[in-house]
Design a protein around this ligand. Structure first.
Ligand code: 5AD
Length: 347
């Protein structure tokens, strides 16, 4: 297949591929799926997602759980609820956990996460792997969490264009692009397997910006990527902003971004994010068909999931999530792929 040949993924070439539509796009994305299958086999790797807390110090202009959104009922999951959710997930076959929260820097939060990590690792053996996604923290906190049992850390840079980053965050030291980059360095230095990523279709973002995002992922030499379409949330300052692409267009772009990424960084873990399912009924499936190899299923108890609303999503309740899971599994089987809980080795 012609796309499996070495392509020089310079900015010009990336932009060209991001603009593909129709047949040309489908053929291109298929080559990314083929490459994924060659390297990872016919498995889609599952992760159990636990949304630990929706408290947040940050005030990102796009995010539903931003500090200033007083319509959010805030929660921390009690430790036993986290461990119960883990037990249920283990019983279902999961071995990989993603623990996500808003950004909180209190001593209590730092210690609670550390405690939970240790409990998970002692209770469920060292075989489980834990990814944390709890925002920007100081070097010592990242180190403490690593020593407590965290294996991986996911911190999206959201946009590699500092000007665009500035537009979607308050202009203060708490929302600083350079600090985000520093945190990614800390994580790498400490020895985490580091993941990052961006949103696709942020108001006023260009395809050139997205090409730069991809080049930054390459430069950071990330181990995994979480990226997804921007989805509007009515309680945020950029809701209804001018120049938001249609959902169909955000989907096309995101799928092309995934395909370029697979071809550019063949061996990394790439998630088909939940946001894809919000903008299209079969969004995550299409993500898999464009080279993504990871899916996260939300294992947070339903009553908390409703409160953890980063964007307006329709699959909040557990029922819908499992329905969604079945639909996705059926589709995945149609292309002769299977859900896989454990293995992850690249051939
Ligand atoms: N649309 C899409 N993704 C969002 N995130 C936060 N808010 C939104 C939104 N409105 C993503 C950010 C963040 C991750 C946890 O969720 O990229 O890093």
């Amino acid at each position: 297949m012609k796309y499996l040949k070495k392509i020089d993924w310079n900015k010009k070439n990336i932009v060209k591929h991001l603009m593909f539509r129709g047949e040309q796009a489908l053929e291109f994305r298929e080559s990314a799926l083929k490459l994924k299958q060659e390297l990872f086999g016919k498995g889609v790797y599952l992760r159990a997602l636990i949304e630990y807390s929706n408290y947040c110090y940050k005030d990102c202009y796009y995010c539903g759980i931003r500090h200033s959104n007083s319509n959010v009922e805030r929660y921390d999951l009690p430790v036993d609820v986290v461990l119960d959710a883990c037990q249920k997930s283990i019983d279902q076959g999961y071995r990989f956990f993603v623990i996500q929260s808003g950004e909180i820097k209190t001593r209590k939060f730092i210690n609670d996460i550390s405690f939970i990590l240790k409990r998970i690792k002692t209770k469920f053996s060292k075989d489980v792997k834990i990814t944390l996604s709890c925002g920007e923290q100081c070097f010592e906190t990242y180190k403490l969490w690593k020593e407590s049992g965290a294996d991986r850390y996911l911190l999206r840079f959201e946009s590699s264009n500092p000007e665009l980053f500035r537009k979607i965050h308050p202009a203060d030291l708490n929302h600083d692009f350079r600090q985000r980059m520093r945190c990614l360095e800390f994580l790498k230095d400490i020895g985490y397997q580091v993941g990052s990523g961006m949103m696709v279709g942020i108001p006023s973002q260009t395809v050139e910006d997205l090409a730069d995002d991809l080049l930054l992922l390459k430069k950071l030499n990330v181990y995994m990527v979480g990226l997804g379409p921007y989805v509007e949330h009515k309680d945020t300052p950029i809701f209804g902003a001018n120049g938001v692409l249609s959902k169909a267009e955000r989907l096309e772009l995101t799928l092309n971004v995934l395909a370029v990424l697979r071809l550019m960084m063949p061996k990394i873990n790439i998630a088909a994010s939940t946001a894809l399912d919000v903008i299209s009924d079969t969004g995550r499936f299409k993500g898999i068909c464009s080279g993504a190899n990871v899916v996260m299923f939300n294992q947070t108890p339903a009553k908390y999931q409703e409160m953890y609303s980063l964007y307006n999503r329709k699959d909040c309740l557990e029922n819908n999530v499992s329905e969604n899971r079945h639909a996705l599994e059926k589709n995945v089987k149609r292309i002769n792929e299977n859900f896989v809980y454990c293995t992850e080795e690249v051939v």
